[in-house]
Design a protein around this ligand. Structure first.
Ligand code: ADP
Length: 626
């Protein structure tokens, strides 16, 4: 513990408010996976070494240029202290304040939000997700960071905190470049000074760290990690378990990847790469959306942490390492357009990972369905924003359909089409459940015609980019021109044309031209009483749903109302026309029918408005005659 009397040069600082709250939770809760703090500290040390190594490629003016790049662990069980030292880039006074006192990302906020939502115990969250440097306060009474920056004129500083609200910074003594984190362990965390325990944690979480992690002194000094660049091995030398371990240690993810691709070739460029398809889109609260980009190495030196240039946008969720002797060291300033080597590497990695995805789609449809659920929107977005991806993306597209629960591809749909069907039908809705009960499906269900059920927000855009497939137009089933002109809509069991005409006039009266441009007898409805169809001039109406979701200035679009002249509700309403005493009930019923139809279209601006009408109807239905 630090002494109570303030030292002359000691400054006291407050943590940013969000950090204070995170720390409070970390300090006052019990955890099942506390050991991850070590993984986080070692990963920070390794980053600091990578950055130094990179700096040295171009800058000769670095402090202690001959110092070995390494991480050293020291255990002091008597004092209950664990020390993690690195010979990396170090921290200046200002960097300590900027990096160990504030967080730039919204990570802390997201964490707090999850905690406040309740029913998540913090140990679950901590177990699943990394919380960076601050996770050390799960095990520490006090943390001391002593650091000397690589910059030749820098001086050493010491950062000390017991967590909670504040930390201090003061000048320090340190002979060589780098950082030492001294963790004064809580009484119940003494296991982290036990040698076997530390070795086990390193093997489990930090085995592939690229720099040596040493423990012990003199003759007893040993390297704890395997430290291999497994992407430089031959694929047949690497087991699936090793790929999975490597993935977990690289991404700090707990779940294994869905699949991996190992590339090892020397022509036309030297290239060693391992690419992973993650299992999940979200990686938890601190890394909500995995940062895009591949790690680039040249001769095992990390020259860029995240390169977003090598893969097309729709593959930006792919994680991995790319190592090539031919990579330009100033790669961050080069683009795929300007560098033939990068272009060649981009081509190879893109085609290999695309083949892997195609293989998955072909060989394991269940696994591919899981993948598609997570990453389908990326491909759809790719097609929308870059039509050049069409030939790659279209064969991968999968949709729910009225034919069963399995996802279907467009080629399957077309194969199943009856001979006289010339278009591909789809329905758009807010959710899969709403799509399945869409009244537009009545006619198609009756005839066994397959309809694709599109329910993701991006689908509206997708449709407008896709337009057709193998010469077959895609057609929304809510299109008013899809009608059967020769159907006998007023035949036996249906309202007569005259009775329907009267009802239609009244409905138009009630709803008004600003909501309904016309009321028609439907030739397509079967089990449903009503549907809203798009007038022929409603160009781009596939986007209406999206406008509602985006909110601002949303006006409910004008539609044509189709009523089913055979449906009991519609027939009952026609009878009510003759009973002036029931005018209110008629009005409420029409409003409710319209409201429910909007809801099923995903166009209702405020579904709770329907509740009042629902109550009025229940009251009318339960009123006793006496
Ligand atoms: P992250 O590593 O995700 O950026 P952390 O909370 O783990 O977040 O670390 C915060 C920052 O503190 C790092 O980004 C880095 O700038 C700095 N830092 C942490 N440990 C070290 C270290 N050993 N050497 C140099 N800088 C470090």
């Amino acid at each position: 513990m630090t002494e109570a009397t303030p030292a002359p040069n000691r400054e006291e600082h407050q943590f940013q408010a969000e950090i204070q709250q995170v720390l409070h939770i970390l300090i006052h809760s019990l955890y099942t996976h506390r050991e991850i703090f070590l993984r986080e500290l070692i990963s920070n040390a390794s980053d600091a070494l990578s950055r130094l190594q990179f700096e040295m490629l171009t800058n000769k003016d670095v402090r202690d240029p001959d110092l070995e790049l390494e991480i050293t662990l020291e255990l002091d069980s008597e004092q209950r202290i664990l020390r993690i030292s690195d010979t990396g880039i170090g921290l200046t006074h200002d960097e300590m304040i900027a990096n160990l006192g504030t967080v730039a990302q919204s990570g802390a906020k997201a964490f707090l939000q999850r905690m406040q939502e309740g029913n998540t115990s913090s140990s679950d969250i901590i177990g699943q997700f990394g919380v960076g440097f601050y996770s050390v306060f799960m095990v520490a009474d006090e943390v001391r960071v002593t650091s000397l920056s690589y910059q030749p004129d820098a001086q050493a500083w010491r950062w000390v905190s017991q967590g909670e609200a504040s930390y201090t910074i003061e000048p320090a003594e340190r002979a060589q470049r780098g950082t030492t984190i001294e963790v004064v362990l809580k009484e119940d965390a003494s296991e982290f000074t036990e040698q076997w325990k530390i070795e086990q944690i390193i093997r489990q979480h930090s085995n592939y760290v690229a720099f040596p992690i040493y423990m012990g002194e003199g003759d007893e000094r040993r390297m704890l990690n395997q430290r291999t660049a497994i992407w430089r091995k031959q694929p047949r030398e690497v087991s699936e378990e090793e790929y999975n371990d490597f993935y977990r240690q690289m991404t700090l993810e707990f779940e294994p990847p869905l699949s991996s691709v190992h590339i090892s070739t020397d022509a036309p460029v030297d290239l060693h790469a391992i690419l992973f398809l993650p299992a999940k889109r979200e990686q938890g609260f601190m890394r909500q959306i995995p940062d895009p980009g591949l790690r680039l190495y040249s001769r095992k030196v990390l020259i860029q942490e995240r390169n977003e240039d090598l893969l097309p946008k729709h593959l930006r969720f792919v994680q991995g390492v790319v190592d090539s002797e031919d990579l330009p060291l100033n790669v961050s300033r080069e683009t795929v357009q300007s560098s033939p080597v990068l272009r060649q590497i981009a081509k190879t990695v893109t085609s290999k990972i695309t083949k892997e995805i195609e293989k998955l789609a072909e060989e394991d449809s269940a696994k591919f369905a899981e993948f598609w659920e997570q990453f389908g929107p990326y491909f759809k977005e790719g097609l929308v924003t870059d039509p050049g991806t069409r030939s790659e993306v279209v064969p991968l597209l999968r949709f729910n359909s009225t034919h069963g629960d399995e996802l279907v591809k467009l080629s399957e749909y077309v194969e199943r089409m009856p001979e006289d069907q010339s278009e591909i039908y789809y329905v758009l809705a807010d959710s899969l459940a709403t799509a399945r009960r869409s009244p537009h499906l009545d006619y198609f269900t009756e005839r066994g015609i397959e309809v694709l059920l599109l329910h993701e927000p991006i689908d509206s855009f997708l449709i407008s980019s896709l337009r057709d497939y193998e010469g077959k137009q895609l057609r929304n089933v809510d299109d008013a021109s899809l009608a059967d002109d020769d159907a006998d809509v007023h035949g036996e069991g249906a309202l007569s044309a005259a009775a329907f005409g009267q009802l239609a006039d009244r409905v138009k009266d009630i709803l008004g031209a600003e909501r309904i441009s016309d009321v028609k007898a439907s030739s397509r409805l079967r089990s449903n009483p009503v549907r809203l169809v798009a007038p022929a001039d409603a160009a781009g109406h596939d986007m209406d749903r999206l406008r509602r979701m985006l909110g601002q200035d949303y006006a409910v679009p004008v539609r044509i109302m189709e009523l089913n002249p055979r449906h009991p509700i519609v027939k009952n309403l026609a009878h009510l026309l003759d009973e002036p005493a029931q005018a209110d009930l008629l009005r409420t019923s029409v409003e409710q029918l319209y409201g429910a139809a909007l809801l099923s279209e995903g166009l209702h601006p405020s579904p709770s408005d329907l509740i009042g009408g629902m109550h009025a109807m229940i009251e009318a239905a339960t009123r006793s005659e006496s």
